[in-house]
Ligand binder design. Structure first.
Ligand SMILES: [Fe+2]
Length: 395
């Protein structure tokens, strides 16, 4: 009797994401997924990496167990590997019945939705209101959202209202489109799911970067001609600098080098490879970068906070809207943790933490323009001057 053995698909193919050219972010066509169970039998985190020039942070899809089966919040690339892991959960907890895209503006969350929806043809798809495309506004169907089973949150109702509490932050008119995200509180596990607005940042790099720490080692260096050296300290240093990039684009302690200096440090032995970008490293970190990073934590520990990019580019003229949302969240009964789409999750918290954040944002200078915030402020000023974003709303 002959026995045939199935040849296992190599990781390269199981992690392949063919649609990466639509938004060409690192790690491009290969998207490994890290699955973690956040609340046993209730909440799971499916994390992938995304970034520009090694400024790579986790992007997370959260899977909730609901009475009818499973709900996916915040799509990520549905690679073969990811679908296999989801099918394993389905075998125990029931089918994926609901897929939610809870942001109107976050392109990185929007692009994987069509193929994820195709992978679960019986699931109902819910999207936040006011989905927009640039440069041309296209109907939902043309964006690849499945016709006949795509619904708009709030406008068409809210799914699983007996088990979930939905709340909307926004809309904020951004001129070309709108910012809006819809948070989801899962009563059974006490988990609040959010997308981009709130983050919690850890001093240590995320587990997702353990398998390939290249982005960390790249940014841990001080010069382009230094080799990429792997150590726990270099990984931590690289992570903290990478967070500063992602938070402020160009924080105050970061100097961008003149082209001549960048060239002079490039193409050194050991760095003549794409992994090292051939030694091109246009940055120099000044003293004070550690303090800039520490300011994103409290006594070295993660804290619940508003993402600086959103404070300066989305909400500078809409603080009231944000404060109202935070205060509504503070009144949720039984909240014990937050799961955001980026950075650390879960972040243990109670309603008091949301009230405290609202009070802090109200009492300190709002959307500052100096120090680490200067680059974000310059972008906002430029967009305002060009008339691409509206000024303060009239009361
Ligand atoms: Fe995002």
């Amino acid at each position: 009797m002959s026995v045939t053995h199935a040849v296992p698909t190599p990781p390269r193919l199981r992690q392949h994401w063919p649609w990466w050219p639509l938004l060409p972010l690192y790690p491009y066509g290969r998207r490994p997924t890290l699955v973690r169970e956040l609340v046993p039998g209730q909440v799971w985190s499916f994390e992938q990496l995304q970034g520009i020039f090694y400024v790579a942070v986790p992007i997370r899809m959260t899977v909730l167990r609901i009475r009818e089966g499973l709900l996916l919040y915040g799509p990520v690339a549905p690679t073969q590997e990811l679908l296999g892991q989801l099918h394993q959960l389905e075998a125990t907890y029931g089918p994926v019945t609901t897929i939610v895209l809870a942001t109107s503006s976050g392109l990185e969350h929007k692009l994987p939705l069509p193929s994820l929806a195709r992978a679960f043809p019986r699931a109902q798809v819910w999207v936040s209101p006011g989905q927009w495309s640039f440069p041309v506004r296209l109907p939902l169907r043309w964006l690849g959202f499945p016709a006949g089973r795509t619904h708009t949150l709030l406008e068409d109702g809210l799914p699983h209202g007996d088990q979930l509490v939905w709340d909307s932050l926004g809309p904020v008119d951004l001129g070309l489109g709108r910012f809006m995200e819809v948070s989801c509180f899962h009563k059974a596990s006490g988990s609040l799911l959010v997308t981009d607005a709130l983050v919690a940042i850890s001093a240590e790099p995320p587990e997702l970067l353990e398998a390939d720490p290249t982005p960390l080692l790249f940014h841990a260096r001080d010069r382009g001609d230094e080799p990429l050296v792997d150590s726990a300290e270099q990984r931590r240093k690289g992570w903290q600098r990478l967070v500063l990039f992602a938070s402020y684009f160009q924080p105050a302690p970061l100097e961008v080098l003149p082209l001549g200096q960048i060239w002079s440090q490039a193409f050194r032995p050991g760095l003549r490879n794409p992994r090292s970008y051939f030694g091109f490293y246009p940055f120099r970190w000044q003293n004070g970068w550690q303090e800039a990073f520490s300011a994103l934590l409290t006594n070295g520990q993660p804290r619940l906070q508003l993402a600086p990019v959103l404070e300066r580019l989305v909400f500078p003229r809409h603080r009231g809207l944000l404060l109202e949302w935070l205060r509504r969240l503070s009144r949720l009964q039984g909240i014990s943790q937050m799961v955001g789409a980026h950075y650390l999750a879960p972040m243990a918290c109670t309603g008091t933490d949301f009230a405290r954040l609202a009070a802090e944002l109200e009492s300190r200078p709002w959307a500052p323009s100096s120090g680490d915030w200067a680059t974000l402020a310059a972008i906002d000023d430029r967009l305002l001057a060009w008339g691409l974003v509206p000024g303060a709303p009239s009361e």
